[in-house]
Design a protein around this ligand. Structure first.
Ligand SMILES: CC(C)(COP(=O)(O)OP(=O)(O)OC[C@H]1O[C@@H](n2cnc3c(N)ncnc32)[C@H](O)[C@@H]1OP(=O)(O)O)[C@@H](O)C(=O)NCCC(=O)NCCS
Length: 170
């Protein structure tokens, strides 16, 4: 029996500057660079939870709510929000740190799904997770709905099998 873990145990914070080679013509962070930073942080988080090789299975949601200017100090914070059998949902919050006050402003968020695999790429089981904080519990609850939506959009389940989604409409 695998040890049950908490989201906190997978918490990963990657803080880095936004440099000139990473920006678009408006001098804001290029979207693809942010996706890569989020993928890296999420991957470390999934590894911390599973202690396995992990691969990105899907990017379920990305919101580029706020532009991130050149020179910003950007923190990408990733945590496993729910573990299923072999897959894990990772929630990523992105913060900009103000140079003078040090205050953090939420810039973006994203939700990735990673799958733990063995050396041959075959999915393997991951430990269960128990959410602790109010926010962790909220994200945990909604994760099954998001998993079904992602599988439905990928054509991997039929609409009738998306029970959590159907429940929203009846
Ligand atoms: C991700 C991968 C391992 C899944 O393999 P698969 O043959 O579909 O395996 P399964 O059908 O058993 O799915 C494994 C798990 O992934 C989940 N999954 C698969 N596709 C998914 C999707 N689009 N969205 C959400 N979850 C997904 C399944 O629900 C299952 O979860 P569970 O075991 O926790 O219930 C496989 O597709 C793969 O290796 N993809 C390439 C990964 C990669 O290279 N990523 C980097 C991109 S450049």
């Amino acid at each position: 029996m695998m040890q049950v873990k908490t989201p906190e145990q997978s918490k990963t914070i990657m803080t880095d500057l936004v440099l000139p080679g990473e920006t678009n013509p408006l001098n804001n962070l290029f979207g693809g660079e942010l996706l890569a930073r989020m993928d890296r942080a999420a991957s470390i988080s999934a590894r911390r939870h599973s202690r396995r090789i992990v691969v990105t299975a899907s990017v379920n949601h990305v919101a580029f709510n706020r532009a991130v200017p050149l020179g910003s100090v950007l923190s990408v914070e990733a945590k496993v929000s729910r573990a299923f059998k072999t897959s894990m949902e990772i929630f990523i919050d992105v913060w900009i740190e103000d140079r003078e006050s040090g205050a953090r402003t939420k810039a973006n968020e994203a939700i990735y799904t990673f799958v733990a695999v063995d050396e041959t790429g075959k999915p393997v089981e991951v430990p269960e997770i128990t959410p602790e904080t109010k926010l962790e519990k909220k994200r945990y609850e909604a994760a099954l709905r998001r998993k079904q939506l992602s599988l439905l959009l990928a054509g991997k389940i039929k609409p009738n099998d998306a029970t959590e989604l159907k429940a929203l409409f009846v």
